[in-house]
Design a binder for this molecule. Sequence first.
Ligand code: ZN
Length: 338
Amino acid sequence: MKRLNIHEVNDVRLDDYVLPNAGPKDVVLKMKACGICGSDLSYIKWGGIMREEGGVTALGHEGAGEVLSVGSEVSGVAVGDAVIVNPMATPSNIGSGGTEGAFVDQLLVREAEKGKSLLPIPEGVSYYVAAMCEPLAVAMHGVNRAQAKAGQKVVVFGCGPIGLGMVLWLADRGVEELIAVDLSDGRLERARALGAKYTINPSREDLREKVMEYHGQGADMIGQPRADTDAFLDAAGAPQIIPQAIRMAKAHARIVITAVYHGDIQTPLGEMLTSEVEITSAIGYPTEMPEVVAAMPRLKDKIASMISHRLPFESVLDGLKIAGTPESAKVMIEFGDA
Ligand SMILES: [Zn+2]
């Protein structure tokens, strides 16, 4: 059995692994699919997360698998069940600094609970689509924090897997005046296919001018021209995005930060004063996973289109390299006969 571990900064290895003994509250899964996340790449750059000296960080938090064994005190879960893992609902914080990671042949899910840490995969949904649940839940939480509704005008910055997920949910909720922004034309094409009516590539287009053109002109509280955009969602994390959004924001627009920032950014507070813009952030998916799972049968083809690469577990190190290139979308790792 193998598991993907970070040992040091930029040192990630597929190591031999022995499954710990499962207790009466635990479930063991035969992993079937696990997506590579942008945060996996960050953890590798940082040399792990919450890693003890000489220890490793096990990677993988976007997993789906088949139940291999069930502890005597676990109810509602049976051998052979197809399930999605909610890593945030496990005591071992799977793949984000805890004792387990889902890039592994067999995964120990400690204190497993149906409906919480293990969500049944709906009929007709494949494992690789099911494994999109985690990033799609992150994206849905960002959309929820933006309070985006049908008929509104929204801008999404960044068309990696999270930004694409936001486009998917916004379009699904009836947001038609939807602009996607990215530096990669390939990513913008995916965004258009998922429901973005307009796309902007700021490497050759003036962002503010284009947003004003597509969304029309609104105003701040004192009547100065601003974009008529209701919400800006940041899934990119470039330092110029928030200042640009603040300068464009009309009265009572919302800005939601889902991206990971590593340093401080300059904020044009003067221009913020006149718009009463609301800036907030979105982390994880406190409530969204069940709704994502319920939507999967309806949206499975669109979800599958967000996956740019499917690789076997043996090639996970190649997958990590691919995931770092701007033309990739979700890189999905599959195990055995998944
Ligand atoms: Zn993730």
